[in-house]
Structure formats: structure tokens, C-alpha cells
Design a protein around this ligand. Structure first.
Ligand code: NAD
Ligand code: UDP
Length: 339
């Protein structure tokens, strides 16, 4: 029996494939490489010394998915495939709804056809919107300010409807906070196309000299140092949460549950810059600029449910996150591109 990992060549998916293979799972990846490269699968093989089946396939391609399900015995799906850039989603909402929502609906329909009814879904803390912090799973979700976030909220609702219609489904909604860091081997990590939207890849590209300066988006928030607070989580800890979720679906099937996957600790943008400088010895050139539209001043998780119900705990600290980010950046100054 194998686990199908959609978006398995991406940042979080690749780290999860490593953990799955190390735990003895057979892994099948479905990725259309719209935001990744096939080279990632070679790196995963190099880290684990295990084989991985890769399909160049879009999740909206029903025939392609049917081929994957007919050629493999898939026991569960971990569903990462999706577009994730908030700004782009505001400019191209149809593309986001088509890719993320239509893609998920096609995937679920093919899963049903092949009687595979276990899924772990990559959701996001963004579904909490303007709730008080720390965020808890019992809070009402959906007050979201952009199409990307709405795709996460809608897919959670769709999965809820699927479960109500047939409670043989086993569904885990993992609400990620801010994943950063990389595998300790320095072989896989985050490699965004073009100018990064997210803080940590931006910092590491400034540190390596590919970008001149980081702009800190806003220095006048009502926080300890005026910059925004987030809950940063090491991507390997996040990857391990997927294994805990799979185990939970096995021991307690026919259920649907949401879990916060964060550390519960909030760090400011300046905390991250300082920690990066401490961990790597690299100076990060930055200036304080205007606020970015849509940013919330502060949010972090209450991870108690994931700790207690999934038996999952974040084990890596901010120093590890910075050190591992830098190792990947240093070893791969051009990311996965060889030139
Ligand atoms: P990523 O872009 O690195 O990985 C996504 C992968 O999915 C890529 O390899 C991409 O090529 C693939 N993909 C996209 N659309 C596809 C399609 N239609 N068919 C097949 N493959 C497709 O992103 P990531 O950071 O690894 O995020 C993985 C998931 O986690 C996404 O669903 C994202 O929304 C969610 N998430 C990410 C964050 C974060 O900060 N990185 C936070 C919360 C949630
Ligand atoms: N941020 C920043 N400069 C950048 C990118 C991000 O100051 O170039 C800040 C952003 O305002 C937020 C935090 O860093 O407070 C994390 O942003 P990111 O986009 O990584 O994640 P988000 O929490 O917005 O999903």
C-alpha cells in the first residue's frame, strides 16, 4: 500500500516524502511542476536511499489521476498540490479557484471511485482571519480577506460535506502556521520562483547577495517592537505532523478533524532577522517600510490539540530553522537550478 502525495515535489511535500520514506511508507508523487522541479525527487532519493514513484500530472487531469490510482495501491492521500501566493490570488482568482478547488474536487472524485477515503489536507492558519489569538480549532473560520485563503476555507467546507455524505471518509485538516527551514542535509529546501513573497526566503536571498535589501513591512504595529508577529515552524516538524495525522486516521478512522500545526510561540520580523544573523553569522541588510496590505499584526497557534490528540510536538527551535535555511541556501545559491 502506498501514500499518494500531491504536490510532493514542492517545499512542504518534499520534506514530507522524506519522512514517509524514512518511516517505511511507499510513496507516489503527483505534481505538475508548476512551482517545483523533478530534480527534487532525485534529491529525496539521495537523502533516503529509497525509491519514489513520480507522475508528472495535474490534479485537474482526471484521466491522469485514474492512471495513478490504477497503477498503484493507494491507501491514503496527502494533498499539498495548490497555488499559494496571496497577492497573485487577488489578481487571478479564477486561476486559484480552478487549480485549488476544481483540482481538489477532481481528486476527491477519483479517490471515491477507487474507494480510497483517507486524506490529509494542507490547510492554513489563514482560515482563522480576525479571530483573537492564540487561534484554536473551535473558533469560527472563514473570515478571510483573499482568494487564496478562501480556497483553503472552501476546501475545508467541501471536505466537511463529503464526510457528512459518507462517514467512511477519514479526513485530517492540518492548519499550518509559518513553515520555514530546510532538511538538515541541505539538499532540499524552499526555492521560490522569482522574488520571494515570504519572509525567510527573502532574508536568505539578501544574505547570499541575490537581493540587495529586505523591506520589513511595517514598523508601527501594536506589537513589542512594532513589527508583525507570526508562529514560525520548522518544515521537518511540519512534515512529521503528517505522519502523526496518518497514524491517527488509521487508529481512529471515519472521522474529520482540524489541527493547528504551529509551535505556539510568536516571533516578530525583527526577531527572525536577529536569529538569522546569530545562527549564520550573516548580516541581513534591511529597512523598515510601509505595511503590506492584508497583513494581520499578530497570530500564533494554540497547538494543544495536535500535541494531545496527534501526539505531535514541534522539536526544532528558531536557531535550527535559521541554520537549516542557510545551509540549503549556501549549498544551492541558485536553488535547484544548476547554472
Ligand atoms: P509549493 O508551491 O512549494 O508546493 C506545491 C506543489 O504543488 C508544487 O510542487 C506545485 O508544482 C504543485 N502543484 C500546484 N498545483 C498543482 C496541480 N494543479 N496539479 C499538480 N501539482 C500542482 O508550496 P508549499 O509551500 O509546499 O505548500 C504546500 C501546500 O501547503 C499548499 O497547498 C499550500 O497552500 C499549503 N500551505 C503552505 C504554507 C506555506 O507557508 N508554505 C502555509 C499554509 C498552507
Ligand atoms: N514580511 C516582511 N518582508 C517581506 C516578507 C514578509 O516584513 O519581504 C513580513 C510580513 O509582513 C509578515 C511576516 O513577515 O509579518 C511573515 O510573512 P510571510 O509572507 O512569510 O507569511 P504570512 O504570515 O504573511 O503568510
Amino acid at each position: 500500500m502506498a501514500i499518494l502525495v500531491t504536490g510532493g515535489a514542492g517545499y512542504i511535500g518534499s520534506h514530507t516524502c522524506v519522512e514517509l520514506l524514512n518511516a517505511g511508507y511507499e510513496v507516489v508523487v503527483c505534481d505538475n511542476y508548476c512551482n517545483s522541479v523533478p530534480e527534487v525527487l532525485e534529491r529525496i532519493k539521495q537523502i533516503t536511499n529509497k525509491n519514489i514513484a513520480g507522475y508528472d500530472c495535474d490534479i485537474r487531469n482526471r484521466a491522469g489521476l485514474e492512471k495513478i490510482f490504477s497503477e498503484n495501491s493507494i491507501e491514503a492521500v496527502i494533498h499539498f498540490a495548490g497555488l499559494k501566493a496571496v497577492g497573485e490570488s487577488t489578481r487571478e482568482p479564477i486561476m486559484y479557484y480552478d487549480n485549488n478547488i476544481s483540482g481538489t474536487v477532481t481528486l476527491l472524485d477519483v479517490m471515491k471511485e477507487y474507494n480510497c477515503k483517507s486524506i490529509v489536507f494542507s490547510s492554513s492558519a489563514t482560515v482563522y482571519g480576525n479571530n483573537p489569538i492564540p487561534y484554536e480549532e473551535t473558533m469560527v473560520t472563514g473570515d478571510v480577506s483573499n482568494p487564496y485563503g478562501r480556497t483553503k476555507h472552501f476546501i475545508e467546507q467541501i471536505l466537511g460535506d463529503v464526510y457528512v455524505s459518507d462517514n467512511e471518509w477519514s479526513i485530517s485538516l492540518l492548519r499550518y502556521f509559518n513553515p520555514i527551514g530546510a532538511h538538515e542535509s541541505g539538499l532540499i529546501g524552499e526555492d521560490p520562483n522569482g522574488i520571494p513573497n515570504n519572509l525567510m526566503p527573502y532574508i536568505s536571498r539578501v544574505a547570499i547577495g541575490k537581493l540587495p535589501q529586505l523591506t520589513v513591512f511595517g514598523g508601527d504595529y501594536d506589537t513589542k517592537d512594532g513589527t508583525c508577529i507570526r508562529d514560525y515552524i520548522h518544515v521537518v516538524d511540519l512534515a512529521k505532523a503528517h505522519l502523526c495525522a496518518l497514524n491517527k486516521l488509521k487508529s481512529d478512522p471515519h472521522s474529520i478533524d482540524a489541527y493547528n500545526i504551529g509551535t505556539g510561540i510568536g516571533y516578530s520580523v525583527l526577531d527572525i532577522i536577529n536569529a538569522f544573523e546569530d545562527a549564520t553569522g550573516q548580516k541581513v541588510n534591511y529597512k523598515i517600510g510601509e505595511r503590506r496590505a492584508g497583513d494581520l499584526p499578530a497570530f500564533y497557534a494554540n497547538p494543544k490539540k495536535a500535541n494531545e490528540v496527534l501526539g505531535w510536538h514541534a522539536e526544532r527551535n528558531l536557531h535550527d530553522m535559521c541554520e537549516d535555511t542557510w545551509r540549503f541556501q549556501k549549498n544551492n545559491p541558485n536553488g535547484y537550478k544548476k547554472d
